[in-house]
Design a protein around this ligand. Structure first.
Ligand SMILES: NC(=O)c1ccc[n+]([C@@H]2O[C@H](COP(=O)([O-])OP(=O)(O)OC[C@H]3O[C@@H](n4cnc5c(N)ncnc54)[C@H](OP(=O)(O)O)[C@@H]3O)[C@@H](O)[C@H]2O)c1
Length: 284
């Protein structure tokens, strides 16, 4: 039995579907049972619980051998995910797979980077065999820019001409599904990228080719991006994290392609494939 925390999120939903397709027994942890309805598939059971409620985690861990951990961007993330690690220890879980992010460390200037590193440290200290999955920027982040791509044929970011090896979140789920259903991945840390690093101008050209309409990348000053993200309701601390991250991308410091997705799953989707598959979401 595999427990999936974060099962109603973007990666989690895809992971539950891929595990079910492999015939695995899955327990999906959900806060809101109404959201669990969409996860229904043979072999999938729903367990109502909250990472902030250790008793609900103890119930969800009964009979579980492997655990997948992810949760939302949250300043309490290390406490919430620490609760999962402690419940896994109490339940005698044999393998934890944690979704973090590329380039995290305890002294990262980026809050989320420090929080992921803290949970990785807790997992290492727990003695439970683990695998760390560290993705680059998701290709699907561009879906958040679909409104302006539809209205203006453009998207706006402060990433200059920095190249980023964006990864398709379907591939992140595929790596997680493989790691959770086979052996030999214990003690490993995989950096998950796509097969090529692209500047946003190149991503825009590829999107344009897929939807058959011009798409332009417009570089904006960080302060304009800050105002736009605050206006969208993104919490101020996370806006500052995102701006620091985009400066790392803009400077070209996160452009290295990793072979790990292909090594684990046998293939890594290109941005062209993402653009083709998601073209309808970008069409007016
Ligand atoms: N986006 C990127 O480009 C990128 C790149 C690298 C790494 N990452 C990492 O990816 C992770 C986010 O993945 P995602 O986009 O798939 O997440 P997501 O769509 O935001 O989903 C988060 C999931 O966590 C669940 N959750 C949050 N708090 C919970 C709690 N207290 N108890 C139980 N469940 C809880 C949510 O449940 P509800 O449905 O109930 O809210 C949801 O299922 C983050 O750790 C981020 O750092 C993202």
């Amino acid at each position: 039995m595999i427990l999936v925390a974060g099962s109603t999120g973007k990666v989690g939903r895809e992971l539950v579907a891929q595990l079910a397709k492999k015939g695995a027994l899955v327990r999906a942890l959900v806060r809101d049972p109404a959201k669990g309805v969409a996860l229904a598939a043979p072999g999938v059971e729903i367990s109502r619980g909250d990472l902030g409620d250790p008793a609900s985690l103890d119930a969800a861990m009964r009979g579980v051998e492997r655990v997948f951990v992810l949760s939302s961007v949250d300043q309490q993330q290390a406490v919430l995910q620490g609760n999962v690690v402690q419940a896994a220890q109490r339940a005698g879980v044999r393998h934890i797979v944690k979704l973090g992010a590329a380039g995290t460390s305890l002294d990262s200037p980026i809050t989320v980077g420090r929080l992921h590193a803290q949970t990785e440290k807790d997992i290492e200290a727990s003695g439970i065999p683990y695998t760390f999955l560290k993705p680059a920027l998701f290709m699907q982040f561009l879906l958040g820019h679909a409104p302006t791509i539809k209205s203006d044929g453009a998207f706006y970011m402060p990433m200059r001409d920095g190249k980023v090896p964006m990864v398709d979140l379907r591939d992140i789920a595929a790596v997680a599904a493989t790691v959770l259903t086979s052996s030999g991945h214990e003690g490993k840390s995989y950096t998950l990228t796509g097969p090529e690093a692209l500047a946003m101008t190149e991503a825009a050209q590829k999107l344009a080719a897929a939807i058959g309409r011009p798409v332009k990348y417009v570089d904006v000053p960080p302060d304009a991006a800050r105002k736009a993200m605050i206006a969208q309701g993104i919490p101020a601390w996370f806006v500052e994290d995102l701006l620091k991250l985009m400066e790392v991308f803009a400077a070209g410091y996160a452009a290295t392609v990793s072979p790990d997705v292909k090594n684990v799953t046998g293939r890594a989707r290109t941005f062209d494939a993402f653009a083709r598959d998601f073209a309808p979401a970008f069409k007016a």
